[in-house]
Design a protein around this ligand. Structure first.
Ligand SMILES: [Zn+2]
Length: 427
């Protein structure tokens, strides 16, 4: 504790006055107090001290964990041992010959520094340094800023892996709850890649010099660091295994209550839901080995607006929160045309109890997109569709409160945010 107190005071003494936030009297338990810096999020702070955001929120009586402010003093709960930060000052950095350790280092930014230069100095990728410090704009670092020097590569950039792995890239990093994670692997010699995330197998596509796979992160997956295991099998049968950290961040989803019109409630009969769900699971658990889509997805409607985003935690008729919204809802009038956002093959086109008149498209590699509650379906099972092809028309069939399109995407059966696919090219 004494060492930590000294370390903390050292940080304060090397900070230029201008960068010092206006704070109250020095905390009595200095080592356990962290002063919020520009760009900090509660999640980043929690990661840094190996505690949970919930623990920090509880310890500091934070009613809204999204509202922390620069200069705020947060007590870091001591339930887990906090790694000793080793301070690298401008004076002693040249003599920093300490043996490799798992403790994070803190580096204080000096005049002339760039994020890239600092990253290079510590053998890191700039992306990892930015991630570890929640820096969104790499051009914006300031003199006196304390940067945590991570001991593990969070993004995988620059991390060293055994041959034949020559590069492993995870994006986005961190990946948020409900998002699609892309795992790209480059190999230095021909091999077959396989892997798993939380016990779920990954399916790679590519050639014998590398490939990519997708992971659907569950919308209710706990925020934290997870392990992704990768294996390369050489032509002679030799196996090489490595692992990556996957940082899952807060999706920031709200909670809503759905008031169902009388008469529609009966459709919530668990047996009806169950039978329909099993049909769907059977379809979207299939795996077509090749991706049919290419590049960014289009939007399924030419008009209309998002009325309920993906991921919102839901309760029905003021009941308990027992699920989340598995797709994006677009409010649009009856009869508005619905278009395919990308190439794929129709695997379902019929009326269902809960989903109403529905279309499900297989885009390959375990990726499916669904279009529920249509007034009329315009495609047939087995039909190949291209981006922009007519699928059907907006309606209010099935379990709905009004005309809208519910658009959802599944990866290996896991519901992911479809809007991410319209905003970035996956892979
Ligand atoms: Zn919906």
């Amino acid at each position: 504790m004494r060492k930590r107190l000294i370390a903390f005071l050292l940080v304060l003494t090397v900070l230029p006055v201008a960068a010092l936030p206006a704070v109250a009297a020095p905390p009595t338990q200095a080592g356990d107090v962290y002063v919020v810096q520009p760009g900090d999020t509660l999640f980043a702070i929690a990661l840094r001290f190996d505690v949970t955001t919930a623990d920090i929120a509880a310890t500091n009586d934070l009613s809204n964990p999204n509202l922390i402010f620069v200069g705020q003093q947060l007590i870091i709960p001591g339930s887990k041992p906090v790694a000793e930060p080793a301070i690298v000052t401008n004076q002693d950095e040249a003599n920093d010959t300490a043996p490799p350790s798992v403790s994070p280092k803190v580096y204080v930014v000096k005049p002339g520094d760039t994020l890239m230069a600092i990253a290079t100095r510590f053998g890191l990728a700039a992306t990892d340094l930015a991630l570890a410090n929640s820096i969104h704009n790499p051009d914006y670092i300031y003199i006196g800023q304390q940067l945590v020097i991570p001991t593990v590569g969070l993004s995988g950039v620059g991390a060293r892996h055994p041959a034949p792995f020559s590069a492993i890239q995870l994006s986005p990093a961190p990946v948020l709850q409900g998002q699609t994670l892309v795992v790209e692997v480059t190999l230095s010699q021909p091999a077959t890649i396989s892997g798993d995330f939380e016990g779920r197998p990954l399916f790679f596509t590519g050639d014998d010099r590398g490939g990519w796979a997708l992971v659907g992160i569950h919308a209710l997956q706990d925020v934290g660091i997870y392990s992704l295991a990768l294996r390369a099998t050489l032509e002679d049968g030799t196996e090489s295994v490595t692992a990556m950290n996957v940082v899952v961040g807060e999706g920031g989803y709200a909670t809503e209550n759905i008031q169902l019109a009388p008469g529609r409630e009966s459709l919530l009969d668990p047996e009806i839901i169950q039978v329909e769900q099993e049909q769907m699971v059977e379809l979207w658990s299939q795996l077509s080995p090749r991706p049919l889509w290419e590049g960014t997805f289009g939007l399924p409607l030419a008009e209309g607006r998002v009325t309920s985003p993906f991921g919102t935690r839901r309760s029905y008729n003021n009941g308990p929160v027992n699920g989340f919204h598995g797709g994006t809802d677009f409010g649009a009038g009856n009869g508005i045309p619905i278009y395919a956002p990308a190439t794929g093959r129709v695997v379902l086109a019929k009326e269902l109890s809960v989903r109403g008149k529905a279309v499900l498209i297989d885009h390959g590699l375990g990726v499916f997109s669904g279009y529920w509650h249509q007034s009329e379906v315009a495609v047939q099972v087995g039909q190949e569709v291209q981006r922009g092809d007519l699928l059907g028309y907006v309606g209010d069939t099935g379990l709905v409160t009004g005309a809208h399109l519910h658009w959802e995407m599944r990866i290996g059966g896991f519901a992911v945010d479809p809007m991410q696919w319209t905003q970035m090219s996956i892979p």
